[in-house]
Design a protein around this ligand. Sequence first.
Ligand code: ZN
Length: 210
Amino acid sequence: MRSIVRNVYCVGRNYRLHAEELGNDVPTEPMVFLKPSHAVVPMDGTELSLPGGRGEIHYEAELVLRIARPYVTGISVDELVDVMALGIDFTLRDVQSDLKKKGHPWTAAKGFRFSAPLTPYVAFPGTEEIGRTSFELVKNGETVQRGNTQDMIFSLQEIVDYIADHYGLDEGDLIFTGTPAGVGPVADGDQLTLCLDGQPLGSCAIGISG
Ligand code: ZN
């Protein structure tokens, strides 16, 4: 049943340096938004078709947790999560800036089709072990982002507790846990690869239409 994706939660501004690079305040509680499950596509080497003519499209590399069972009070992340992946929270940055100014929801900037490519799942090694492991986004052969859960403002445990408490959490839900510093635009023809501990987990080529 691993392939069924239910709710796709995303945490914004969960790394201090990233919040600062976009000129945002560092949050005092997790900032959670949602993507439609239809945004999720496999990052399997094929071309990813992204919308053109709507301003800059930014990559945000993130560690993604898959929830394996119903949340109950007091459950640990290690009990709750069976597998993880790396993913990209693609963002129409100019559209997002406009929405922020108007005070409108972010769906148009964050929820478009194919905006959440996901590598194949790997076993979740546990919160301690994942803290000793970095993930990277490589764009056209150059490492542009590097993240580690130890640099998060809110820990994985705080994130799952917060989301479960406010919105509910159950089997098949995904959590994009936030992006480290180094976000930037993609262009037609770019090659992106997500690596865990130096090992490539998934890649894609970018195709921008229009
Ligand atoms: Zn993000």
